[in-house]
Design a protein around this ligand. Sequence first.
Ligand SMILES: Nc1ncnc2c1ncn2[C@@H]1O[C@H](COP(=O)(O)OP(=O)(O)OP(=O)(O)O)[C@@H](O)[C@H]1O
Length: 125
Amino acid sequence: MSMDSAGRKQRKFIGLRFAINGLKEVFLRERNFRIHLLIAGLACLMGVWLLISWIEWAILITIIALVLTLEVINSSIERVIDYLAPEQHPLARIIKDMAAAAVLIAAIASILIGMCIFLPKMLLL
Ligand SMILES: Nc1ncnc2c1ncn2[C@@H]1O[C@H](COP(=O)(O)OP(=O)(O)OP(=O)(O)O)[C@@H](O)[C@H]1O
């Protein structure tokens, strides 16, 4: 293996470590992230219980990933604002509120998707 390719592999590994650090940070410090993760776990258990189809799994996993990803981005935007503008400012407020709104939109969509997937099957029980 050349030094260059070994170096590239090592950089990739370090990048993964940074991403895992970010996940640890958001898991330990963000209550909303843990709540979303818990709901995602429950939805997956329901998927197993109600024997949802492959396409329904694909949709469920996509919306779970979207909500969790937006929660991570929302948390990082909060930190950027706290770092750059720790004082109260109307612009800081609206930036944080808009980032929270992005999570809200995905969370509402996840509830609707959950209803579309699970309700018909639960009514047949
Ligand atoms: N620097 C600021 N200037 C003005 N308003 C702010 C500021 N920081 C936070 N706020 C307001 O307080 C709200 C909560 O901000 P905070 O940083 O405490 O996030 P949080 O409680 O962790 O929110 P979330 O539930 O979205 O994770 C913001 O959405 C915003 O309306």
